[in-house]
Design a binder for this molecule. Structure first.
Ligand code: AP5
Ligand code: MG
Length: 215
């Protein structure tokens, strides 16, 4: 199964991709996670991406498209994958279409997760991320068992630099301008399914699985 999780910042793409990856045995491919790992290692890719990410702007297409083209060739993607945070503009979606055509495969679904702006700010302001494995938590809604320690790997939890209110508002604007047009793009291809991103995490997982026909 090959699908995309689409949605504004804080919609719960990473949270749900993490759960679905485990339940369905598929790799979670999150461009944001890949870029943050590169930034942490201060690789040339990380250095190039840093200023865009901290400003809440999209990293240039050639950078992210290159990452995805390489990643989808991985042996672990043969049975399927979950794209989390890619594509996020029409040119990226067109580039993905080309990559998939070259690989002789197609997307099965695009799941669009909706959430209102107030909830986004509340979610992102309380989010904590593991420095080692990138697992995502929330101080109130999804706390780690031990404060600031990752349940999964014992790594240290931290707050993302772009989870400050001013940057969050910019990311929402970028979503509205560049990413939301993908709702139409994938509707026209008959791939889009809308899922409410608000409610209990486990209920949203159920709704996503139902949309995928694996519930
Ligand atoms: P990226 O890392 O993809 O960030 P984003 O799209 O802004 O999305 P988030 O990760 O903030 O939200 P999410 O939907 O994953 O929510 P989460 O599950 O964590 O991208 C970061 C930056 O990298 C971009 O700004 C850009 O610069 C660059 N980039 C990445 N991809 C790119 C691309 N393709 N092209 C160009 N540039 C790119 O949940 C949020 C919080 O809410 C968590 O604390 C969670 O615990 C909590 N939560 C989740 N679900 C619920 C629920 N149901 N109820 C209550 N709380 C919940
Ligand atoms: Mg995410």
């Amino acid at each position: 199964m090959r699908f995309v999780l689409l949605g504004p910042p804080g919609a719960g793409k990473g949270t749900q991709a993490q759960i679905l990856a485990k339940d369905l045995g598929l790799p979670q491919i999150a461009t944001g996670d890949i870029l943050r790992a590169a930034l942490k290692e201060q690789t040339p890719l990380g250095k190039k991406a840093e200023s865009y990410m901290n400003a809440g702007q999209l990293v240039p297409n050639e950078v992210v498209v290159g990452i995805i083209a390489e990643r989808l060739k991985g042996a672990d993607c043969r049975e399927g994958f979950i794209l989390d945070g890619f594509p996020r503009s029409v040119p990226q979606a067109e580039a993905l279409d080309e990559i998939l055509t070259q690989l002789g495969i197609r997307l099965d679904a695009v799941l669009s997760m909706s959430i209102d702006e107030k909830a986004v700010v509340e979610r992102l302001a309380g989010r904590r991320i593991c420095r080692s494995c990138q697992a995502s938590y929330h101080v109130v809604f999804y706390p780690a068992e031990q404060e600031n320690v990752c349940d999964k790997c014992g790594g240290e939890l931290y707050q993302r630099d772009d989870d400050r209110e001013e940057t969050i508002l910019n990311r929402l604007k970028v979503y509205a301008d560049s990413t939301a047009p993908l709702i139409d793009y994938y509707s026209r291809k008959g791939l889009l399914q809308e899922v409410d991103g608000q409610g209990e995490i486990s209920d949203i997982t159920k709704a996503l699985k139902a949309a995928l026909g694996v519930g």
